[in-house]
Design a protein around this ligand. Structure first.
Ligand code: FEO
Ligand code: CA
Ligand code: CA
Ligand code: CA
Length: 641
């Protein structure tokens, strides 16, 4: 296979061929709402993030201790350097790069990528993504000892193997499976530096780990039964994440369709497979050529075991990850927890060009359900968002027997609705969006912020996709009725347009904060927004992205007009995953796919994997490695303050 065909995790074409309206189609009536934008994120404008926060629901559901979200650092410039840069007064230390052994006596990482699959299983996975920090101690000491839990989204075959991806073998598939999944690792702050620690909690969950199914779709459902009699195993393409107040971690399965393929020329996609972008070649991994598990002809139902949210108990290393099917089967970007009246609510975007935004509401208050031994994520209602032209919106239930989801229309039961979530949402008339990525809930207002990373053209002015095409992306603000996440009504507005004003005069950003393709978003306990970017390596540092530089992370004070660039990454990477310790004195951030094939910097090869980047080791005989970095303020203090 050629380098042009090498796997990358981003696809721009959608697979939504429904005639559902894009926000775009509804616009003229909404032109007046542009004024919110214009009053909002101006370059240096006072109302920047603030205008819409002021306009939100009056009564937050939960009282919060509001600390000061003021930004206390100086914005750093854009960067094209092969370096990680943070503001003056901060340090950023590499904590767990790809390949570091999970235990101190584990297999040493080899810089020529000659570690075996068995060794990779005992090492940190590749391509770090969503991440959470679970304190291990109560009180202030919880900010010095904890479990870091993180996703490993996908692999770069040029970097993972000594000989690249041209020849695929069973051992290479096994190594890739071992580099995917989730890491749980104990870390501690010792003499001002974070380090990993041996612990019975340390574990890797991979593409081969045993998994269980729960909720309406059981593991023995006919659509999930393996033609090769293989048990359900593994989680793949774990992008963003979530966490629950009952101390579990949610790993989300995003671009899982890319791992499957077939050489059977007679194979044809069913409507269900076509709706999820399943093709004979996938994303070019070629696992199906040597492993029948991933062959769409020999083992057709294996793919239906993917597309779920996976719940993991990091405090029980023997626990089996559970695929919570009630949350639907889509390309889950993340799973963001919110709560209203004790009910557990999970917001989750389907990251595809023209796909939808969902939320799940538990059947009963989560404490009541858990007291009865039931999972709050197994019973409840899954909704999909419909955005109306007047700035209101509705959450439409995906429930068998309601609306069009009836037997007369070909729906069998709730399991069928969930396996075919996208098609059920099509039938309900959900609103197409410009690639829904992460979302975050502001604890001060209960407003929900959804990043829409970019789109090829659903939009029109005034709608939720206000540009068409939309190369830069934007952030949507969703205001639940009365601040109640269980409500089926909401209001919405476009919160922030990303992009370069040199190419798009509608953009109100400047040198201190120009950015594009928002992906990660998180709101810290002070109410400070953190926004991370994932500009594709086909666009980065070229054309209308020339002035934006390498991928970056920004911080925003939503009560003022302040948005500042806080971090720039090395070449080829995206910045993703962000969490602080409870005291906010350490922030953990992931640097994913440094050194990936890039239109601006070139194509790495097995002979020289350092063409684009050699971060973080800068070893002249090494290779770039995804890694978590730990950011601290010199002399202490809350990150961003
Ligand atoms: Fe894995 Fe949608 O980013
Ligand atoms: Ca992402
Ligand atoms: Ca990405
Ligand atoms: Ca992305």
């Amino acid at each position: 296979m050629t380098h042009d065909a090498l796997p990358t995790n981003e696809r721009t074409e959608g697979s939504n061929t429904s005639s559902n309206p894009a926000l775009s189609d509804m616009i003229e009536a909404r032109l007046s709402r542009r004024s919110l934008l214009d009053n909002g994120f101006g370059a240096g404008a006072v109302a920047f993030l603030g205008g819409s926060v002021v306009a939100t629901n009056a009564a937050p559901a939960v009282a919060q201790v509001f600390r000061d979200p003021t930004l206390g650092f100086s914005a750093i410039p854009t960067s094209q350097a092969d370096a990680l840069v943070v503001p003056q007064g901060y340090t950023a230390d590499v904590l767990i790069p790809w390949g570091q052994p999970l235990f101190s006596d584990g297999p040493t990482w080899k810089r020529d990528a000659s570690n075996t699959a068995a060794e990779q299983e005992q090492q940190i996975g590749m391509h770090h993504d969503g991440m959470h920090y679970f304190p291990l101690l109560a009180g202030p000491r919880g900010s010095t000892r904890g479990l870091l839990v993180l996703n490993h989204e996908y692999v770069d075959p040029i970097l993972l193997y000594t000989d690249g991806a041209t020849v695929m073998t069973q051992e290479k598939v096994n190594k890739a499976l071992a580099a995917h999944g989730v890491t749980v690792i104990k870390i501690g702050l010792v003499d001002g530096k974070w380090q990993t620690m041996d612990s019975p909690y340390n574990r890797r969950i991979t593409g081969n780990s045993p998994v269980a199914f729960s909720g309406p779709v059981s593991a023995d459902h006919p659509m999930l039964r393996s033609e090769l009699s293989l048990p359900p195993r593994g989680t793949l393409n774990n992008c963003a994440h979530g966490f629950t107040p009952w101390n579990t971690y949610l790993a989300c399965e995003e671009n899982w369709n890319g791992y499957f393929g077939t050489t059977n020329a007679g194979w044809r996609a069913t409507p269900l497979e076509a709706r999820y972008g399943v093709t004979t070649v996938g994303f070019g991994y070629n696992w199906h050529r040597v492993n029948p598990r991933f062959d769409l002809s020999q083992n057709r139902n294996e793919i239906n075991r993917f597309g779920w949210v996976v719940e993991i108990d990091p405090f029980d290393s023997q626990s089996i990850p559970v695929k919570r099917t009630a949350l639907g089967r889509i390309k889950h970007e993340g799973a963001t927890y919110a709560e209203a009246n004790g009910f557990a609510v999970i917001y989750t975007g389907d990251d595809e060009n023209g796909d939808y935004f969902y939320k799940f509401v538990s059947a009963e208050p989560w404490r009541v359900m858990r007291a009865k031994g039931r999972s709050p994520l197994d019973e409840g209602v899954l909704y999909v968002a419909k955005f109306l032209a007047d700035g209101t919106g509705e959450w439409l239930p995906l429930e068998f027997g309601r609306g069009p989801l009836t037997r007369a229309n070909g729906w069998q039961d709730q399991a069928d609705v969930l396996i075919r979530t996208r098609m059920a949402a099509d039938a309900l008339g959900a609103t197409r969006l410009d690639r829904p990525e992460w979302c975050a809930v502001n604890p001060l207002t209960q407003n929900v912020y959804l990043t829409l990373t970019n789109g090829t053209g659903w939009g029109s002015p005034g709608g939720p996709n206000p540009r068409s095409p939309n190369p830069y992306g934007h952030i949507l603000e969703v205001m639940p009725e009365r601040g109640d996440h269980t409500a089926t009504k909401m209001n919405w507005t476009v919160y922030l347009l990303a992009g370069d004003p040199a190419f798009d005069p509608a953009v109100r950003l400047n040198a201190t904060n120009v950015f594009g393709s928002p992906d990660g978003i998180w709101i810290d306990p002070d109410g400070r927004f953190w926004i991370q970017t994932d500009i594709s390596n086909s666009a980065q540092n070229r054309g209308n992205y020339l002035n934006i530089g390498n991928n970056q992370m920004l911080a925003a004070d939503p009560t003022s007009s302040d948005l500042r660039r806080f971090m720039t990454g090395p070449r080829g990477c995206e910045i993703t995953g962000v969490i602080t310790t409870p005291d906010q004195q350490t922030m953990f951030v992931n640097i994913q796919h440094p050194g990936e094939t890039s239109a601006a910097w070139g194509t790495p090869t097995p002979a020289n994997p350092r063409v684009v980047s050699n971060w973080p080791d800068y070893d002249p005989a090494g290779r770039p490695r995804a890694a978590t970095v730990a950011i601290r303020k010199v002399g202490g203090g809350r990150i961003g303050s």
